[in-house]
Design a protein. Structure first.
Ligand SMILES: Cc1cc2nc3c(=O)[nH]c(=O)nc-3n(C[C@H](O)[C@H](O)[C@H](O)COP(=O)(O)O)c2cc1C
Length: 173
């Protein structure tokens, strides 16, 4: 059930070496691509990264926040074509959220690192740092990266979330 999948999902940063089979991954990417899309534009595309050298590059972006990416079995960079949809950040974010839950439901776990609006630890624009290396065309935005695999760390079960103070009816006040 979707509610159980959401309850069980926690960010994981340390994984075993096991990779999700490529056919399974492709299927999940197909379902994730069914997220809502303005005028059915579907501008979101993916770069699957599973070579050690390339994962090391992702990790080099920020030795504080992204260091663990050097040791993940696989990661997916979420990109979107800005020419065909001005809402590319929202499109890519919705697709990423779908994908995160699909990964969890498949019995794998995931973590997320943003590129868009982020800087490297050398104060470079993180999106440019990634786009240049992975040869992502100029007219694409790079939202972030989802790493995934089988967890090799203990993660705490989610506690109940207080929600009442975040819900406003008809007006903020
Ligand atoms: C926009 C965004 C940025 C994030 N940035 C990072 C990051 O730089 N490094 C990291 O390890 N996790 C990052 N995360 C994952 C969060 O740290 C994680 O979701 C949060 O700690 C809550 O834990 P949970 O996912 O287990 O509920 C990010 C998540 C989002 C949505």
């Amino acid at each position: 059930m979707l509610k159980d999948t959401i309850l069980k999902r926690r960010t994981v940063r340390r994984f075993t070496d096991e990779k999700m089979p490529i056919e399974t991954l492709k299927e999940l990417l197909m379902y994730a691509s069914m997220a809502p899309s303005n005028a059915n534009a579907h501008p979101v595309e993916f770069i699957i990264v599973d070579e050690k050298e390339e994962l090391d590059y992702l990790a080099s972006m920020d030795k504080f926040g992204a260091k663990h990416l050097a040791n993940v079995p696989l990661a997916i960079i979420i990109i979107a074509n800005k020419d065909i949809c001005k809402y590319w950040v929202q499109e890519a974010s919705m697709t990423a959220a779908y994908l995160d839950l699909l990964i969890q439901e498949e019995g794998f776990q995931s973590g997320y690192i943003p590129f868009h609006n982020n800087t490297t630890d050398k104060r470079q624009d993180a999106e440019d740092y990634i786009k240049e290396h992975f040869k992502i065309p100029d007219n694409f935005g790079a939202l972030g990266v989802i790493s995934l695999g089988k967890k090799d760390e203990r993660v705490r079960a989610r506690k109940e979330f207080p929600i009442d103070e975040k819900i406003h009816i008809n007006s903020y006040e």
